[in-house]
Design a protein around this ligand. Sequence first.
Ligand code: FES
Length: 145
Amino acid sequence: MYSDKVMDHFQNPRNVGEIENASGVGTVGNAKCGDIMRIYLDIDENQVIQDCKFKTFGCGAAVATSSMATEMVKGKTIQEAMQVTNKAVMEALDGLPPVKVHCSLLAEEAIHAALWDYAQTHNITIEGLEKPKNDISEGEEEEEY
Ligand code: FES
């Protein structure tokens, strides 16, 4: 059911933890499954993401996608990090079963929420970034789980 990469990132998640005095912190949840994700970003003066960590109270697919997403945004500029969509993360993991696709949205939204937090405190606008939702299941079509 899961690819080797998903299993690897689930069993050995990268970048788990917190960043003290992070440049941006984002927390999102999905009220439907009750899972929560928090992402910490350390962004330098050139707007390059030096470090990224995550903490989750979430399912295995949420852990694996967050692990991969944090690996993918590290070393990138803010604008490049905006291209790290849940689709890109899923591709990097060789796919997820269809019922688990929504889990990958937690990581994308939490990164956006952390970027939003950074943008707010630094008074900048990040192109293409919209105010993140706290609950990603909001406004979603009813789905079968
Ligand atoms: Fe909730 Fe996967 S079931 S994030």
